[in-house]
Design a protein around this ligand. Structure first.
Ligand SMILES: Cc1cc2nc3c(=O)[nH]c(=O)nc-3n(C[C@H](O)[C@H](O)[C@H](O)COP(=O)(O)OP(=O)(O)OC[C@H]3O[C@@H](n4cnc5c(N)ncnc54)[C@H](O)[C@@H]3O)c2cc1C
Length: 450
């Protein structure tokens, strides 16, 4: 059973703090979790829906603060285009509530089970159209947090530098409990789909990586195939239906991973298994994307409203400068094929990519200096994955990849320091001021931020 309170009645015999997990459902309880005088084990780690691929939200020997209990949407202001909600609200629930008022998030985000707090404290990125629609945290107007010392603090848009530091702070500056975001009226885009080989994609990727197009793609390196999903605003789009987007999300996040995991068990001959897998993937992308979906909006494109993360999925995301991507994508396809030939390991799901606009609204923004392409490698095959992601990291470092603290597995601290440069040092200084005792740093984050 989870510990519920923090009573320390023994005046002389204070019990040693034990690891625990708390799910506060109001501010007072959250403050008690972080109160210095409360006898809780440190480190303290906030967690949302737990969809991170790294240990950034773990506190095995300390205290986990699960924000899922803070799940109220406080106010949707359809006149001023803002929404105020607590950190534990699921992104899917927020999208649905906004849609009822004719509003949507600025940007297109799937993984609807993630929490608003997790999507602000860590990168929540998607194929948004335009220069400010790639990261959800960009839309934060103000937020309320509880500091490492258990004090409530409001950060307004007037405190620009502090707000920039708290966006994408991975819970290292404090626990976010309420956020006010800019939203907008639902806007329909048209969606077009193409498939091509990797060389052709590399050839056109420079032109596609401009801000007026929402670019998402599915890359099948072993089949030499890329499926493009291009979104743009145009005057003549028809009606948008939610059902095709829901089918697409269901296929991609539930059906394909489930089928591929089972195939791994029932079909022992790898060459046959992978042929089946690639054929199913290609058919699904060809059918669902090209035939069903012609238009959309950010509300529909989020897919189904889920409460739990898809099971069985392993992933690691690296971002690459958009200007180099025509070379990177060919090298990535080669890397996958060569690694398969050498180690017999390959991912069974297509890699997913999208453009991330240049955005310096967060101190630790991955695209602080330039536009990027995020490339997410996804698989259900556990055996061999750990070695594969080590090789992937080496590949990504050679190509100037930028890691994400929540989504990139196996990153070297020295390389991270080099990539984030002086911004890391600035963040560390601020961290030491707000959390001098290092209560919010777990061993994983200490490797990079101590
Ligand atoms: C299959 C799969 C696909 C994905 N695809 C994408 C994708 O396309 N694009 C993308 O951007 N991401 C993607 N992700 C990553 C993931 O959805 C993000 O990391 C997400 O934003 C994290 O939200 P969460 O609620 O799960 O937070 P968690 O994973 O629980 O936490 C993330 C970080 O935020 C901190 N944190 C959480 N809540 C708070 C809070 N209230 N206050 C302060 N700090 C907090 C945690 O300590 C941790 O450091 C994918 C994940 C999976 C599993």
């Amino acid at each position: 059973m989870k510990p519920q309170g923090f009573r320390d009645t023994g005046r002389f015999n204070r019990e040693p703090a034990r690891p625990g997990a708390y799910t506060p459902n109001n501010l007072a309880r959250l403050m008690r979790c972080l109160d210095i005088s409360a006898n809780v084990a440190i480190p303290l780690r906030p967690t949302g829906a737990n969809t991170s691929a790294t240990d950034c939200n773990l506190a095995t020997t300390g205290t986990t603060i699960n924000t899922a209990g803070l799940d109220r949407i406080i106010h949707i202001d359809a006149y001023n285009h803002t929404v105020t909600a607590q950190a534990g609200v699921r992104v899917g629930a927020l999208i649905a509530a906004l849609a009822e008022e004719g509003m949507e998030l600025v940007g297109s985000f799937d993984q609807t089970e993630r929490t608003l707090g997790g999507a602000i404290a860590a990168p929540c990125m998607g194929p948004g159209i335009g220069e400010h629609a790639s990261l959800l945290s960009t839309q934060v107007i103000s937020m309320k947090v509880v500091t490492a010392a258990g004090k409530a603090m409001k950060i307004s848009h007037m405190q620009k530098h502090l707000l920039n530091a708290f966006r994408l702070s991975y819970g290292m500056l404090g626990v976010i409990y309420e956020v006010k975001l800019r939203v907008r009226p639902i806007t329909t885009f048209s969606a077009s789909h193409r498939s091509m080989d990797v060389d052709t994609f590399a050839h056109v990727s420079d032109r596609l990586a401009n801000g007026n197009v929402g670019l998402k793609f599915y890359l099948m390196p072993y089949k030499n195939q890329v499926y493009l999903d291009l979104r743009h605003y145009d005057a003549s789009v028809g009606n948008t239906y939610n059902a095709p987007w829901k089918i697409k999300d269901w296929g991609e996040s539930t059906v394909l991973p489930g089928v591929f995991k089972s195939l791994g068990r029932v079909m022992p001959i790898p060459s046959v298994r992978y042929q089946i897998i690639d054929t199913i993937s290609a058919t699904t992308h060809g059918l669902v994307n090209s035939k069903l979906i012609r238009s959309g909006n950010n509300a529909a494109a989020g897919g189904r409203h889920r409460r739990r993360k898809p099971r069985n999925l392993l992933y690691s995301t690296w971002c690459f400068p958009a200007t180099d991507f025509s070379l990177v994508v060919k090298a990535y396809a080669r890397f996958c094929r060569e690694t398969f030939a050498r180690t017999a390991y390959r991912c069974d799901l297509p890699a997913v990519g999208h453009r991330v606009a240049q955005d310096n609204s967060a101190l630790l923004s991955p695209s602080f200096d330039e536009a990027l392409i995020a490339l997410q490698t996804v698989s259900t095959q556990q055996r061999g994955w750990d070695d594969f992601v080590l090789d992937l990291s080496e590949f990504a470092e050679n190509w100037g990849g930028i890691p994400l603290f929540n989504a990139t597995v196996a990153t070297r601290p020295a390389y991270v320091a080099q990539t984030y440069g002086g911004r890391m040092e600035f963040f560390r200084k601020l961290r030491r001021q707000l959390d001098p005792e290092g209560r919010l740093l777990n061993p994983y984050l200490s490797r990079y931020f101590k």
